[in-house]
Unconditional design. Structure first.
Length: 435
């Protein structure tokens, strides 16, 4: 985790103190269940809670023990015994390290997902507000980076709203899939611990019991979780790239907010660069980079190995922290985005009416011209305009072959900007509902 790109709420989930607190809760809830079924004394389970519930664990002491034992869970249990006393011998009865580690990791990933869902909700709110603000603000749609036909800026934002709505649904599903608990003991057979303990711990920790674990929770769940984060990162980059293009000097249809005192370049005082969007592009690359290791973690030897462990210690915090930061940065960018309708109109008019070429093509076919002939006539008049030699509508009106099919008024009718926007309401209803 890099402090520059870390928000405190998400970082707290991955803090060592938080991790040890979750480990303790897993062990203490398991002790409660073991006491309920008569495996350990009820007084012992109560003592664990009473003596350690409100303790701030000594991370330095745990690290010191681990340097000797070379085992993190044993180090923690040793420190816990120092706090609890003789009753600690009843802790971790029949359990294995993965019961604690895997269940804790899934608690952390579920909590991280909750924050990420909140982040997406903030972004969706910003996109919705700005989409309705510019619902009918005309702008040019581009294909291959080239002017195509008119759209509205509200539609551009509606596209993003729909995409992040899907992202939210995927993240909710990924959270559900990751939120499982395994307290099944060595090689996952429950030979040394009753399945009722797992059910109790799962309920207490807000999880569901893993149907079958092989000492570890199956890593296909984690692969899907991180793949979902990767797809969300790609959606972030798609929108960020759109903004970067729109802020180019030759386009300048939208621009990141530039605060008083902000400086864009150490050398050129005039610069106002799309630094937030460029930063988001880089952050998205990092989140996607964590997907492949998560996919490779699915493959473990037999019932358990720890080849996944080092990977997850890094990608768990890094992927969630980075995506959390990126989503909030994108939401703030959209909330403050500067939009320039006058430049959008200027760019719409830049090609001398060529953006209406398809309407002219269709009008010619409806008046009897073959599609091949119509295409030839339209393109013949479009190419001079592309080279800056005249106005498209004027050239069409002067072309005798076009005039065989269309009168001046009929030609002019094909240049109505409003024609392209007649179904904006329909699209908005599909995306946002009836509101």
């Amino acid at each position: 985790m890099i402090p520059r790109y870390t928000r405190p709420e998400m970082a707290a989930i991955w803090d060592a103190q938080t991790r040890f607190k979750i480990w303790f809760e897993i062990e203490a809830h398991a002790a409660d269940a073991l006491a309920d079924i008569g495996v350990i004394p009820k007084e012992a389970a109560k003592a664990v809670w009473h003596k350690a519930r409100d303790v701030i664990f000594d991370v330095g002491r745990i690290d010191e023990i681990e340097r000797e034992t070379k085992h993190d869970v044993i180090a923690f249990l040793t420190h816990l015994a120092e706090i609890v006393g003789p009753e600690a011998r009843f802790v971790h009865q029949g359990m294995t390290s993965s019961d604690v580690l895997d269940t804790c990791l899934n608690v952390q990933l579920a909590r991280a997902a909750d924050l990420l869902i909140d982040d997406i909700d903030r972004l969706l709110g910003a996109l919705r507000k700005r989409a309705f603000e510019h619902k009918m603000t005309p702008t040019i749609g581009r294909s291959h980076g080239i002017h195509a036909e008119p759209v509205t800026f509200g539609l551009k934002l509606a596209y993003a709203y729909a995409e992040f709505s899907r992202a939210r649904e995927r993240l909710v599903a990924a959270r559900k899939e990751i939120a499982t608990c395994a307290i099944s003991g060595a090689v996952g057979t429950f030979a040394q611990i009753d399945p009722r303990v797992e059910e109790h711990v799962a309920k207490a920790m807000g999880l569901t019991p893993e149907p079958i674990s092989t000492q570890v929770i199956p890593r296909d769940r984690h692969a899907m979780y991180f793949a979902t984060l990767g797809v969300i990162a790609s959606s972030i980059e798609r929108l960020a790239t759109e903004i970067r293009h729109l802020q180019r000097t030759e386009v300048l249809e939208a621009e990141e907010f530039f605060s008083e005192g902000q400086k864009g370049s150490s050398a050129m005082p005039h610069k106002r660069n799309p630094v937030l969007s460029e930063n988001l592009t880089g952050l998205a690359r990092m989140v996607r980079a964590y997907v492949t290791p998560a996919l490779e973690d699915v493959v473990l030897w037999h019932e358990r190995d720890i080849s996944h462990s080092s990977v997850e210690r890094m990608i768990g915090p890094d992927a969630t922290v980075t995506l959390d930061f990126a989503l909030n940065r994108l939401a703030g960018l959209i909330e403050k985005l500067l939009v320039y309708p006058e430049n959008m109109q200027k760019n719409l008019d830049r090609l001398g009416g060529l953006v209406h070429s398809q309407r002219v093509l269709l009008a010619l076919t409806q008046k009897g011209a073959s599609r091949e002939e119509a295409y030839k006539l339209v393109q013949r008049n479009a190419m001079p305009v592309w080279r800056g030699q005249g106005d498209f509508q004027t050239l069409l009106k002067k072309d005798p072959d076009v005039r065989k099919y269309l009168g001046e008024a009929e030609i002019a009718e094909q240049f109505d900007l409003g024609y392209h926007l007649k179904h904006v309401d329909t699209i908005f209803k599909r995306v946002f509902g009836q509101a």
